[in-house]
Design a binder for this molecule. Structure first.
Ligand SMILES: NC(=O)c1ccc[n+]([C@@H]2O[C@H](COP(=O)([O-])OP(=O)(O)OC[C@H]3O[C@@H](n4cnc5c(N)ncnc54)[C@H](OP(=O)(O)O)[C@@H]3O)[C@@H](O)[C@H]2O)c1
Length: 296
């Protein structure tokens, strides 16, 4: 199977590249920003036409939620126009397209998990452009999987909430973290594994939109406390003494975020025949990858 991986330098992209590179039946072309700039639609078309993949996996995105409010055109180019160009190019060579999207397409006013067909109503530029990307993919490529995920963290890639908390817990004695935004922390490795597991099942029966996160729910406060507790178990030299729960109103940000963005994973669990690990179990594994083996 010939696979073109886009966004190979990101959190999910690096995990995907590592998993796919070890599969002998896969011929992989992995592109990061240096080899394919998604703001250049012609470069996207040329790359797909030259490699003629059977599957394109798009793990690239403009993911800086707050910064996107000041750079809407760039976010639109990467999150909406580029996926549209990828979808057109996929259709031209008969490829399937696996495109990753986000819980931030929802407004968060629900109090039960969002289903794949729940109404979208993004609150900010990031969510808005990601939703536009979904619509562009659906319009240009019938053979698509849109995989919405949430609260992504991992050992690889630039930065994420978990790494930030780990750093601050070794610098400060007190942290303030919001407790009134609820979602599911999701390990990039688990997303990559789910994508690899669905590749053999790609076909007319399975094309469509899916939600994938780790199991369970948490607030950012719960997540921060768990990161600190697990880091203590690993023996990290923490200076932190207290994590204070605060409200979203106490911590204003340029972008509004959904208060509740738990995604129902029932549909993909039915397809893959497995339920993802609980987020805390995956957090523990990610930390052991970052800092070596867990103590026995
Ligand atoms: N992070 C989250 O919390 C979160 C939550 C929900 C959904 N998602 C979705 O999950 C997917 C993967 O996210 P992630 O956390 O792995 O993202 P990430 O670590 O930010 O990686 C995104 C990748 O896209 C690349 N990229 C950005 N602009 C590009 C351009 N013009 N041309 C080529 N590549 C470009 C980045 O390259 P550089 O490294 O060079 O910038 C980066 O490697 C995305 O679709 C995202 O929207 C993420």
């Amino acid at each position: 199977m010939k696979i073109l991986l886009i966004g190979a330098g990101g959190q999910v992209g690096q995990e995907l590249e590592q998993l796919l590179a070890h599969d002998r039946v896969i011929e992989l072309l992995a592109c990061d920003r240096t080899s394919l700039d998604l703001t250049q639609p012609q470069a996207i078309a040329d790359q797909v036409a030259a490699f003629r993949p059977q599957v394109i996996v798009n793990a690239a995105a403009y993911t800086a939620v707050d910064k996107a409010e000041a750079e809407p055109d760039l976010a639109q180019a990467i999150n909406a126009l580029a996926p549209g160009a990828l979808a057109q190019a996929a259709t031209q060579v008969g490829a399937s397209l696996v495109h990753i999207s986000t819980d931030y397409v929802f407004d968060g006013i629900q109090s039960v998990p969002y289903q794949e067909d729940s109404p979208c109503n993004p609150l900010g530029v990031y969510g808005d452009t990601k939703r536009a990307g979904e619509v562009a993919v659906m319009a240009a490529c019938d053979r698509h999987i849109i995989l919405r995920t949430a609260w992504v963290y991992g050992a690889k890639g630039k930065g994420n909430f978990a790494k930030t908390i780990l750093r601050l817990a070794q610098e400060r004695d007190r942290l303030r973290v919001v407790y009134d935004q609820i979602g599911t922390p999701t390990w990039a490795y688990d997303i990559a594994r789910a994508i690899v597991a669905l590749l053999p099942q790609l076909g007319p029966e399975t094309y469509g939109t899916y939600h994938f996160t780790n199991s369970g729910v948490a607030s950012w406060y719960d997540f921060a406390v768990a990161i600190v507790e697990e880091a203590q178990v690993l023996g990290l030299p923490l200076t932190l003494e207290e994590v204070e729960p605060i409200t979203t109103a106490d911590y204003p940000t340029p972008a509004r975020r959904p208060a509740y963005s738990v995604l129902s994973g029932e549909k993909i669990a039915g397809m893959l025949g497995t339920t993802p690990p609980h987020w805390r179990q995956s957090l523990r594994q990610m930390l052991s990858e970052l800092y070596g083996s867990m103590p026995s």
